[in-house]
Design a protein around this ligand. Structure first.
Ligand code: GLN
Length: 535
């Protein structure tokens, strides 16, 4: 079936980590400013079924969608730049494609045929891509192919997308190749050869890029763009330069100056006037995000602090909220694995304890909770961070050896325990409590003041919860339960009221913050951080 959506396929070359996701999301932001509806697909050619079982050190944060899929962090960029909730099915992996083809083969769907990469795997990929296009009803579907052109795992995907262009028509599918143009200090010049080679590699798959986006450390000049256009066989106005900028949110503005929108609209014949877009709101957001003072110092006490990408959505949420309260956030990354240096903590305006798995780093997180309670420093715990708040609060109030059964199966006071429905589950992948669930708020609490709503919906990713057997005892000691599941069964938010700002939530609010709509809890936390700084 021919779909009405237009497709923009984004590939990458030369090196990884050049911001292909941000570049693709920025094209999306520009097209959104024309009033177009967009959705995004991220293809990850690895064999894992989803990102849930990947180590954050290797792959950065696991982003959780509203519908409960554990996905690549690029989906987070797309949600933040496009301001849409994406379907988790939009993260296509080799694992998902092969699993689906193999189960069809077992069902007998291909009876009589030899099942092959072409056509069976490529057909499956096209079907998955078209399903997202159809269900989203978007005008434009961004399809980012992870990895770099030439990777063995990526080949079936490139072949499928090449076929997609033939089937949907040249006017409905375009290819954007993102490359890196290095500057050789010794030679005193930029080098286009890596871009030429990776474009040649891409053309070897039968795909001619329509646009080349050149990432570079510094701006490149017109002559260089002309050379790239000539050697890579693209139009001159389709060679776009995207030099490094201080904030990722500036990228759509940089690309807009290069008239990316105009080229795309004409190339895939989008039904909008080429000068009918308006990035005023985005420009305002970028300006507020670039505010230099006052600087609020927030310490993130976590396990994966060497790789900031592990806490990507938290970092972005803090930035959005700081901009919302008219400040700039400076994050101090504090390893929970080393013993905490209180002098370092004394310099902070607030502390955030993020989520995580396993015992490593727990004692540092518990120390940080105790420090915040004893020193009246605002503290925000997310998921495992909230569980640590409950454990330390319990220990401070006489529950000896209080712990989570995740770390101590024999704890005499298991204040955090595995959820009942989790106890029977044996498989690790995709089996946690995942995705959006309702949370009912108690009036008069910090949470209620922040949201100004009775019922909210937040995304989850956990197996453990506050143990209901301890709930009333902890409440007697002063723990406030300000958010629960609508049936009151699961504790969602805890607070303390003899403290300037102490809030822990079992869910992950960071997945819902957008630059234009900072998350209410993060805003409340940044306001408390500002108040603490002013003290
Ligand atoms: N390990 C904890 C649990 O599974 C917390 C998970 C998290 O922080 N995402 O409940």
């Amino acid at each position: 079936m021919v779909c009405l959506a237009k497709y923009i396929v984004v590939t990458g070359g030369v090196v990884s980590s050049i911001g292909k996701g941000i570049t693709a999301a920025s094209i999306g932001r520009i097209l959104r400013s024309y009033g177009l509806e967009l959705t995004a697909i991220k293809i990850d050619p690895y064999l894992n079924w989803d990102s849930g079982t990947l180590n954050p050190y290797q792959h950065g944060e696991v982003f959780v969608t509203q519908d409960g899929m554990e996905t690549d962090l690029d989906l987070g960029h797309y949600e933040r730049f496009l301001d849409v909730n994406l379907s988790g099915e939009g993260n296509i992996t080799t694992g998902k494609v092969y699993q689906s083809v193999i189960s069809k083969e077992r069902e007998g769907s291909y009876l009589g045929s030899c099942v092959q990469i072409i056509p069976h795997i490529t057909d499956e990929i096209k079907q998955m891509v078209r399903k997202i296009a159809r269900e989203s009803q978007a005008d434009v579907v961004l399809v980012e192919v992870g990895g770099t052109v030439g990777d063995i795992e990526g080949q079936p995907f490139l072949e499928a997308l090449r076929q997609l262009r033939n089937e949907e028509g040249h006017d409905n599918v375009m290819f954007v190749h993102v490359t890196y143009v290095p500057y050789l200090r010794a030679a005193g010049e930029f080098k286009t050869k890596p871009t030429q080679h990776s474009t040649k590699e891409l053309r070897g798959t039968g795909i001619n890029p329509d646009m080349i986006i050149c990432r570079s450390e510094l701006p490149i000049d017109y002559a260089l763009k002309k050379k790239i256009a000539h050697f890579c066989d693209v139009e001159q106005n389709a060679v776009i330069n995207c030099p490094d900028v201080s904030s990722i949110y500036e990228v759509p503005l940089v690309m807009d100056r290069e008239n990316v929108g105009k080229y795309v609209i004409n190339r895939i014949k989008l039904d909008v006037a080429e000068d009918s877009h308006d990035l005023t709101e985005w420009r305002k957001i970028v300006k507020s995000l670039k505010k230099e003072d006052p600087v609020l110092k927030v310490g993130i006490v976590g396990k994966y602090v060497e790789l900031e990408d592990s806490y990507m959505s938290i970092r972005e949420s803090l930035r959005h909220a700081a901009a919302h309260v008219g400040a700039k956030v400076k994050i101090e990354w504090i390893s929970a694995e080393d013993s905490l240096n209180t002098q370092q903590l004394d310099e902070l305006d607030s502390i955030l304890i993020p989520g995580g798995f396993g015992e490593r780093g727990i004692s540092g997180k518990l120390d940080a909770v105790r420090y915040s309670i004893e020193n009246n420093v605002p503290v925000f715990g997310i998921c495992l961070g909230m569980q640590c708040m409950v454990i330390e609060f319990a220990r401070m109030h006489g529950f000896e050896g209080a712990n989570s059964t995740e770390f101590d199966q024999d704890s005499s006071n298991p204040v955090i325990d595995m959820m009942e429905e989790q106890k029977k589950i044996k498989h690790m992948g995709g089996t946690m409590r995942l995705g959006a669930y309702d949370c009912k708020l108690k009036s008069g609490t910090l949470a209620h003041q922040a949201y100004q709503e009775e019922l909210v919906q937040e995304r989850h990713r956990h197996r453990f919860e506050l143990n209901n057997e301890f709930r009333s005892q902890l409440e007697d000691k002063g723990l406030i339960i300000s958010g629960t599941s609508p049936d009151d069964f699961l504790v969602e938010i805890v607070e303390l009221d003899d403290h300037p700002w102490f809030l822990g939530c079992q869910f992950h609010p960071e997945f819902k913050s957008r630059p234009n709509r900072a998350h209410p809890i993060f805003v409340s936390f940044m306001q408390a951080t500002m108040d603490n700084k002013d003290k």
